[in-house]
Design a protein around this ligand. Structure first.
Ligand SMILES: *Cc1c(COP(=O)(O)O)cnc(C)c1O
Length: 388
């Protein structure tokens, strides 16, 4: 048996393939990159930020995706991370130090909230949650506030903060603004409104098929980019070229998928708003939604994500409603082609004020199945509330 198997010399193979001009960016997998001299190897750190030095720190496939994300977000520099959550937690860990204070919208993604109450607290970093639909953050800013975290529309409850006013106040206080833009990716230019760091979950509509976990962190400022990038390198964070390829492929159809999800989402939200079992629909693109004015001011379009509360408060009956659905599958995340339903007890995860609505919030993701099938599915499930 041979002791090792090496492919034929790559340089030779590549020189022999000038006609293999694939339309799409190929998948460039690598841990090791080779260097032509010892000096080159010793100088590799110079290539760490923009060039190629080691697979973990960037591949041509990943860089192509970063370039495209930066363009979509309206920024200059993008860094890929292994999840949407990592795209939020990494900047927090990189920019905050002991004694600092971080201000967050009360509606932030649950795990973002948990990072503040666990790890950040352990490192001596304090936090305050401010009301999710705030038009001002002045009452909660202090000298130690170094970062303000926004999320609009917020997880489950869909509040929209007055982003540009808040960004101005934060900057006057010497704080940076990070926006978790999982919802609005491709529908808002956060930088135009003063946001410094835009985090997004590419696991959602960007990849679009519920089979990739990835996130991106985009900035405009070069110095901020270098600071974040060096921290992310230090934390040992990177993504695989295979995953980057899948997101690049997803992006090719994102605009048409998103438009279709938004159209269906709107139709289902409007219909839900008229159902006797439903107490409230949370869908900012709906004219009757409390957030609609800010939605129009900040976003170019909507998507297929709808939250709702029910008159029914008995969890076992709510479970029966959910379990009776056939086409809406039960599961977290959203942005793929399938319709999904998730639920949460919101009263435990809002602390700036007592949550006034019903405790159990249901969240639908309207997928690309025939809309009549989805409506019938919901209608049949609603009938479980009237039957004994
Ligand atoms: C989905 C989501 C995330 C996390 O994305 P993952 O890729 O699943 O880690 C973070 N923030 C918000 C607002 C999200 O909706």
């Amino acid at each position: 048996m041979k002791s090792h198997y090496l492919p034929a010399d790559l340089r030779l193979t590549q020189a022999k393939m000038p006609e293999f001009t694939a339309l799409n960016m190929p998948v460039h997998r690598a841990s090791t990159l080779t260097y032509s001299s010892a000096r080159d190897f010793l100088n590799r750190f110079e290539r760490m930020i923009d060039g190629f030095s080691y697979g973990l720190y960037g591949t041509p496939t990943g860089r192509a995706l970063e370039k495209q994300i930066a363009e979509i977000e309206g920024g200059e520099h993008c860094m890929l991370l292994p999840s949407g959550l990592a795209a939020v937690t990494h900047p927090l860990l990189s920019l905050l130090k002991q004694g600092d204070h971080v201000l967050l919208a009360d509606c932030v993604y649950g795990p973002t909230r948990d990072l503040c109450t666990s790890l950040l607290a352990q490192y001596g970093i304090t936090h305050t949650f401010f009301p999710s639909d705030a038009a001002t953050i002045e009452p909660w800013l202090n000298d130690a506030t170094k970062l303000v975290v926004l999320e609009s529309p917020g997880s489950y409850t869909m509040e929209i903060q007055d982003i540009s006013v808040i960004a101005t106040q934060a900057h006057k206080n010497g704080a940076l603004v990070l926006m978790d833009n999982a919802w609005g990716f491709g529908q808002i230019d956060c930088f135009k409104h003063g946001v410094d760091i835009v985090a997004t979950a590419l696991s959602k509509y960007a990849s679009g098929h519920s089979d990739v976990c990835m996130g991106a962190c985009t900035v405009k400022d070069r110095a901020l980019f270098e600071k974040l990038k060096m921290s992310f390198i230090g934390l040992g964070t990177g993504v695989s070229a295979d995953d980057a390829y899948l997101v690049l492929r997803g992006l090719q159809t994102m605009t048409v998928r998103l438009a279709e999800h938004a159209k269906r989402g709107y139709a289902v939200a409007k219909w839900l708003d008229e159902q006797p079992s439903v107490s409230q629909v949370f869908f900012p693109a709906l004219e009757t939604d409390a957030q609609h004015d800010r939605f129009k001011r900040y976003f170019d379009g909507g998507n297929g994500l709808i939250s709702l509360t029910l008159h029914e408060t008995d969890i076992s009956r709510i479970e029966r409603f959910i379990d009776s659905l056939e086409h809406f599958r039960i599961g977290a995340s959203w942005g793929g082609t399938h319709s999904l339903i998730a639920l949460t007890n919101i009263s435990n995860s809002r602390t700036s004020a007592k949550w006034k609505g019903a405790s159990w919030i249901l969240r639908l993701h309207v997928g690309l199945e025939p809309i009549e099938t989805l409506m019938q599915d919901l209608e049949k499930a609603f009938s479980t509330f009237t039957s004994v």
